[in-house]
Design a binder for this molecule. Structure first.
Ligand code: MN
Length: 189
């Protein structure tokens, strides 16, 4: 039983103008699909073929002999989580409960935004910036390449993909403008 590319939660043009149909179409239809296809290829006839995705990630994490499986499994998971971290006409403030937790753990929503923006902007090369929770405490985290909080026992709340393929067609080298668009108009709280 192979993994399938999950359906997007909206149409490929639904996030315009902040994420173009061209960007989302390529990102989902080519990049995300390639991770799923490669994962299926790498796990065929292995012990991993019958595992849920999260178990494959935890069992291959930190094991050099399984790096290709980990990378494609984690990227499969991360992208599905990314699509579900956005919605048309997103942005703004989280619901009361999450907002209170953010204010408790970061001092203010503006301070959270600043920390999240800094993490996303300063991730050198490819990676992700996350709001995560552990033991009822929120924090901001950046990860490189395919690395994912679920391999570290952290619960992701939202994520932004800062690989160049996520924004280059729309923003070229201006990653900061993409991060602003995500926080202002795309993030699904
Ligand atoms: Mn991506």
């Amino acid at each position: 039983m192979a993994f399938e590319l999950p359906a997007l939660p909206y149409q490929t043009n639904a996030l315009e103008p902040y994420m173009s149909e061209k960007t989302l179409g390529f990102h989902y239809g080519k990049h995300h699909k390639a991770y799923v296809d490669n994962l299926n290829k790498f796990i065929e006839n292995t012990v991993f073929a019958k595992m849920p995705l999260e178990q494959i990630i935890s069992e291959t994490f930190g094991k050099p002999e399984y790096t290709p499986i980990f990378n494609n499994a984690a990227q499969t998971w991360n992208h599905t989580f990314f699509w579900n971290s956005m919605k048309p006409a997103g942005g703004g403030l989280p619901c009361d409960e999450l907002l209170r937790k953010i204010e408790r753990d970061f001092g203010s929503f503006d301070k959270f935004r600043e920390e999240f923006k800094n993490a996303a902007a300063s991730q050198f090369g490819s990676g992700w910036a996350w709001l995560v929770e552990k033991d009822d405490k929120l924090s901001v985290l950046k990860t490189s390449n395919a690395d994912t909080p679920i391999a570290h026992g952290l619960k992701p709340i939202v994520v932004i993909d800062v690989w160049e393929h996520a924004y280059y067609l729309d923003y070229q080298n201006l990653r900061a403008n993409f991060i602003d668009a995500y926080l202002g108009h795309l993030v699904k709280w």
